[in-house]
Design a protein around this ligand. Structure first.
Ligand code: 6LW
Length: 497
């Protein structure tokens, strides 16, 4: 069948994939959001269903008032001998740790810390040995891809950490993964930085400690010279063999808002690219070392995209996320209504305001939700970070209830179009395309346009960091807000390729 990229759209960066029990499992980074590390399942590498998260308990991950885009960096998932392992870095506490489970649908263990620094840890189970890799400085002060042998029962190092590869010479070597395939150990990594110069490179050796020979045609995959092209930033990937014996790279990339506008607001997304091995044992990716919109994959199935999301067909513990550790007493989340109680923490703080969000999955979107309040403020926010967000809300103002739109872009904050409402409720609507968000309300049966704002000011190029736009329901102040009739739908056929 022919599939289209991205295979998972919206802010799901740094994919790592493993095969187990006839299926595939994938994890992604989550940074300041909680629960941490979204977890997906797939039959075919193309259709991915989120089944939960790995880090579901505050005891597993420190997120207290951490900076946006701090916290949980790139995870790796591996399966060995009936057990799943997820290893990651908390970049705020500078700790590498893993958790494990024997039941992919159940809870994961408490963290086991590994005394090796750097970021983007990975594991290789190879016979009776377990190798732990990260990108950082080894026990002798040398920087690069660093490795030790690990006692997987305890997390104790069995060897010193030693640098085994310096990459192909580009900046920001990261995301190392090692695979034992046939006679070789393949060491694959990303270089160039997770922006427009991103790429995947690799080397191979007959021994897991090297010496490694670089693939002569590195980078094996990059879109850095593919222009004009919407898909950019291709890098940070994991090599995976499907059940037909074919190899693929699941990697991150992003989509510019427009061919000639280098901004992306949807975050880094998951792309799938075919890989082919030559008889000399080197592999190449894509048709020409770049990531394209469409590829063919063996199998007879349809590509499915999530759509028309509602409270009833999403699960508050699966597709939704909070900022840092939520104050759960402020949330009552049912299948037909979400009740949020505000606090004195606002959306402008690097803290945990009352906020629960879905990712924006596609440029073309229609979102609508009814909200009813008693006191203070509640609404829906197009949220990139505490500094960049657009909020459409209703608020109690003296004896009246009003609706308004607030833009926060760095230090520039602006409230516009304060509309007096008939009552304490309204329907909040956001219509998005690749260039703009359009905000309106329905009050007493009448739709009123409130304002518009460009997508570029909530893009990563402006807001910085590693995340993408979240669509958050929020409440601020003393009141209680009741959200009902949520619908978020996407026009997946409309795109700007
Ligand atoms: C991640 C690094 C990267 O740890 O970005 O794109 C960092 N690659 O490998 C944050 O996602």
């Amino acid at each position: 069948m022919i599939y289209n990229n991205p295979v998972v759209s919206g802010f799901y960066p740094d994919p790592s994939v493993c095969a187990a029990n006839g299926k595939f499992y994938m994890v992604c980074s989550s940074f300041q959001y909680f629960p941490g590390v979204p977890l997906f399942e797939s039959d075919n590498l193309v259709n991915w269903k989120q089944i939960g998260h790995v880090l579901t308990r505050p005891s597993q991950v420190y997120l207290e008032k951490i900076n946006s885009s701090g916290g949980v960096f790139a995870p790796t998932i591996r399966y060995n001998n009936g057990r799943f392992y997820m290893v990651t870095t908390n970049d705020t506490t500078h700790e590498n740790f893993y958790v494990y489970t024997d039941d992919i649908y159940g809870e994961w263990s408490e963290p086991v810390r590994v005394d090796q620094g750097g970021i983007d840890p990975s594991l290789l189970f190879d016979g009776d040995k377990v190798y732990f890799l990260s990108n950082g400085t080894d026990d002798y002060g040398e920087g690069g891809v660093t490795q030790c042998e690990l006692d997987i029962e305890t997390g104790r190092k069995l060897t010193p950490s030693k640098c085994i590869w310096h990459g192909s010479g580009r900046r920001f070597l990261e995301s190392p993964h090692m695979y034992h395939i046939g006679d070789y150990y393949y060491l694959m990594a990303a270089e160039g930085g997770t922006e427009y110069g991103h790429m995947i490179t690799y080397a191979r050796a007959k021994n897991p400690w090297g010496p490694f020979d670089n693939y002569p045609l590195n980078p094996v995959l990059t879109n850095k010279n593919k222009a004009p092209y919407i898909i950019q930033g291709i890098g940070h990937g994991d090599l995976i063999q499907d059940y037909n014996g074919n190899y693929h790279i699941a990697c991150l990339g992003f989509r510019q808002i427009h061919l000639w506008k280098a901004y992306h607001n949807l975050g880094r997304e998951v792309f799938l690219v075919p890989v082919s091995f030559s008889c000399d044992g080197w592999f190449r990716a894509g048709n020409d070392g770049t990531a394209e919109y469409s590829y063919e994959i063996e199998g007879d199935f349809e590509q499915i995209r999530p759509n028309n999301l509602t409270f009833a067909n999403t699960d508050s513990s699966v597709e939704w996320a909070y900022l840092r550790h939520p104050h759960m007493e402020n949330y009552e989340l049912g299948s037909d209504a979400y009740i949020l109680r505000g606090s004195n923490i606002s959306l402008d703080e690097a803290d945990s305001p009352t906020f629960i969000a879905l990712r924006q999955r596609w440029f073309y979107m229609d979102l609508s939700v009814d909200v009813k309040i008693d006191e203070d403020t509640a609404g829906v926010t197009v949220y990139a970070s505490e500094s960049e967000h657009y909020d459409l809300y209703i608020q109690k103002a003296g004896d009246y209830y009003v609706a308004a739109l607030k833009f926060s872009v760095g230090p520039a904050k602006h409230v516009q179009n304060i509309v007096v409402l008939n009552d304490c409720e309204a329907t909040l609507k956001i219509k998005a395309d690749n260039m703009d968000y359009h905000f309106s309300i329905v009050d007493g049966g009448e739709e009123k346009y409130i304002g518009s704002a460009p997508t570029k000011y909530v893009s990563t190029e402006v807001a910085e960091g590693f995340t993408g736009v979240m669509l958050g329901l929020y409440a601020e102040g003393a009141g209680e807000a009741r959200f009902t009739n949520l619908s978020a739908s996407y026009d997946y056929d409309k795109n700007n390729y």
